[in-house]
Design a binder for this molecule. Structure first.
Ligand SMILES: NC(=O)c1ccc[n+]([C@@H]2O[C@H](COP(=O)([O-])OP(=O)(O)OC[C@H]3O[C@@H](n4cnc5c(N)ncnc54)[C@H](OP(=O)(O)O)[C@@H]3O)[C@@H](O)[C@H]2O)c1
Length: 269
């Protein structure tokens, strides 16, 4: 039996992690969301398992995360095996670069701060809130879902000027993971950041012709970075691959504090 806390499970990879990890009825799977009623209804209709617990907690709110940790603790007897920091912001500003964003410096700043709050500071609050439980858990594994876009190589090779706030704040997340590892490795806690590859979650929700053209330009950068890239992976296969690496990785196996692809190889796509 293992216990898991996963942030951002309303859709996409987060929802799929919940689906796959709850298959074992001995597991307890806790999903953190911003709209509990909606996700409770979705889980009931699409998964329907009694070992899934949906908890209201915006990951940018440390008090909500502390309250969530108390709820989890009450159900697990004060322990937790795994955290998966999955919640993230990838705003439509990802479709353009600094050249375009520079036209409105105030909006540029707000966009960066919002990405930083959700993608970097949120996971830091999440880890801190649940650390007392993790230290009492068996597995002691803390995972951040990052992205290949955080590696300067993926920007420099194809001149990928897009996804500014997203790439910058995920790179900062990777460093936060390294710092947490530096604090907790000797206590046996594995911290690592994993890129799941490009996943078919429709997270950018392209709505207009103009956005479609910008998305195609971004796709072109992915192709220039990795000529064999044909498109995103189905969400079930991506989640399975990430979880296989989570199971395999150990503190002593060279994984402490690292950022790597779910395939453990480059390119990320
Ligand atoms: N999809 C890809 O191709 C890809 C590639 C590389 C890395 N990743 C990473 O993989 C992870 C999952 O991606 P995805 O495509 O499944 O994302 P997604 O479909 O955009 O879903 C993001 C999730 O995060 C939640 N969230 C956002 N802000 C939150 C907050 N402040 N508090 C709590 N939850 C919050 C959203 O909840 P709401 O419903 O409340 O908005 C949603 O459940 C992310 O970390 C992403 O960066 C994805």
């Amino acid at each position: 039996m293992s216990s898991y806390v996963i942030s951002g499970v309303s859709r996409g990879l987060g929802f799929e992690f919940v689906r796959q990890l709850s298959v074992d009825p001995a597991n307890k799977v806790f999903g953190l969301v911003r709209n509990k009623a909606a996700v409770d209804a979705k889980v009931a209709s699409e998964i329907g398992r009694s070992n899934i617990y949906i908890i209201q907690a915006d990951t940018t709110d440390p008090d909500a995360l502390k309250a969530a940790a108390q709820q989890v603790s009450a159900k697990t007897g004060g322990t937790l095996d795994y955290i998966i920091a999955n919640a993230a912001l990838q705003a439509k500003t990802a479709l353009v670069g600094f050249e375009t964003l520079a036209k409105d410096p105030k909006a540029l700043e707000e966009d960066l701060i919002e990405h930083f709050k959700v993608n970097t500071i949120g996971p830091i609050h999440l880890f801190n809130a649940f650390m007392p439980l993790i230290l009492k858990g068996k597995a002691k594994k803390v995972i951040a879902i990052s992205t290949g876009a955080s590696d300067p190589e993926m920007t420099l090779k194809p001149d990928m000027y897009q996804a500014t706030g997203y790439s910058i704040t995920k790179a900062a997340l990777n460093m936060a993971v390294a710092k947490f590892s530096a604090s907790y490795r000797e206590k046996g806690v594995l911290f690592m950041a994993i890129c799941p590859g490009a996943v078919d979650t429709g997270s950018l929700q392209i709505a207009t012709e103009e956005e479609g053209a910008l998305a195609m330009a971004l796709f072109g950068k992915f192709k220039a970075y990795s000529p064999t890239f044909e498109g995103p992976t189905p969400v079930d296969a991506a989640a399975k691959s990430v979880l296989a690496l989570v199971n395999k990785a150990t503190v002593d196996g060279g994984y402490a504090g690292v950022f790597i692809s779910h395939t453990e190889k480059k390119p990320y796509l």
